[in-house]
Ligand binder design. Sequence first.
Ligand code: PLP
Length: 392
Amino acid sequence: MTPQIKDLSTKAIHAGEPVPRIAGAVVAPIFQSANFEYGGESSYHDLRYIRLNNTPTHDVLHAKLAALEGAEAAVVTASGMAAISTALLSVLSPGGHLLVQGNLYGGTHSFVTRDLADFGMTYTVIDADNPASWAASLQPTTRAIYVEAMTNPLLQVADLAAVPTFARQHGLVSLIDSTFPSPVNFRPVEHGFHVVLHSATKYLNGHSDIVAGAVAGRSDLVEMIRQRLNHLGGALDPHAGFLLHRGLKTLPVRVRYQNESALAIAHCLERHPAVERVNYPGLASHPRHARATQLFDGFSGMLSFELSGGRDAADRFIKRVQLPVSAPSLGGVETLLTLPATTSHAGMQPEERHLAGIGDGLIRVSVGLESTSELIEDFEHSLGLVGTPLAG
Ligand code: PLP
């Protein structure tokens, strides 16, 4: 008899694994077969075919992800953007209207603001921190409300608990991009969200070596999204699926370490005279620290900070640190740094960026799995030199 699995660490290892094990293999093998013998299936969506995301490699992933999120069902996708765009194109039909949080991840922001109109869909940006204001943006055609668990790069935490309640009151589908916290820190289904979206490229895989996405949630909605995905073609390649499966097994250990490390680094930065401001929901100084403490089991490996010396100081800091890699993306084993003003938010006008609170010298950090004390040593050394011009 399989014992009842409750703990996330145990789920990450055992949930969804094939029973019995395939040829006794301890690790579920990769099924690199485009097609499978016809087994009498009566629906197109049930035929075993690689684009229909239903090889045994996919099946294991779907069951494990659903278990980790505490969701009825899950489906993997070719990328985080495939998950997000397919989900939105499934819950909205032509003429449909979406309520959407401001300061979204850039790819989602572009999809909503530039592409949705081509499908006959409209949107209104809401202040996700002020639920009392949301009803004023409702239209007879409003079908869904979309938020992010933590915003990039300022790590703001909206009034997430109010979203599912509002959605139920008004017959909307609630969707959340939960990439930053990952299910280790936050499981939106437990709070009543209908659909949870991930860039699995980030924490779920955790090794910066694939692109993948995931959708989890209520089974009828996941099935609707899966069928649209089958037509749009955003299936996950089994090779990437195999790596994602491997990554998922260590997700809880990785993320819990990254939570601890990021908190220690955030404290150190906050105390440093060269640092003007630190954005990390685990700090008491974060404007939504109390809310984050209520919602999350940990505060993630993501933080951002602004140096008093602005852009020049930020450039010097990034050039001098030894361990972190200056690169976009997040959630991997290596610590990554980016200047949002020149990368993820370069498309915004400088005034727009400043209004959004993203200064030219804001540095975003994705804390990896290096030794916390060596990272702090490295950060402190570089911070001590930000006033000194670079040689040459
Ligand atoms: N959501 C968030 C919060 C992200 O940071 C990203 C990528 O950076 C995405 C979605 C898109 O994911 P992908 O690059 O896997 O398509």
